[in-house]
Design a protein around this ligand. Sequence first.
Ligand SMILES: [Zn+2]
Length: 177
Amino acid sequence: MSAPQFAADRSLGKLAKWLRLLGYDTLAQRGEEDGAFLCRAQEDDRWLVTRSRVLARARAPRTVFIENNAPRDQIAELFLKTGLSPDIRLVFSRCAPCNTPVEPLAREDAMGAVPDYVYSSQERFTKCPACGRVYWPGTHIGRALDFAASALRGGAKGGLRGCQNSITPDTRLCSKP
Ligand SMILES: [Zn+2]
């Protein structure tokens, strides 16, 4: 089974970065119009994650309407509502700012690209082929997993209210079935 993919609307930029740190292919809406964004999400069969009632009204097959404000609560709400859970094998496989899968980087090539204390304390490094950012999984994996774990422990505040039911469907945003 392939990993779920997400599309996060423009109000959920931080959540999009956290989803990428957890390893999920996550499309972010930037200047794009709602209709174009929705179509792109549907073409890729992504979960649409939104705080926009306009987008939620489009009733794409897999839409999650997010009610929480803090990214930690939003992660918890998203996993609760989709029934998904974080997969440790995916964590840290993707660049957070640009969504590109990262590649292994030889340790000697990381010298100078990361702070000296990081270079001397870490064994494994990865690099984003698109933007050149260098990552060291040791600390980042721990941070991402701690974040997800604490989010899931805490649960989402009001995350399971059935608010999608109160939204009137509007299927005009994307003409694709
Ligand atoms: Zn990158």
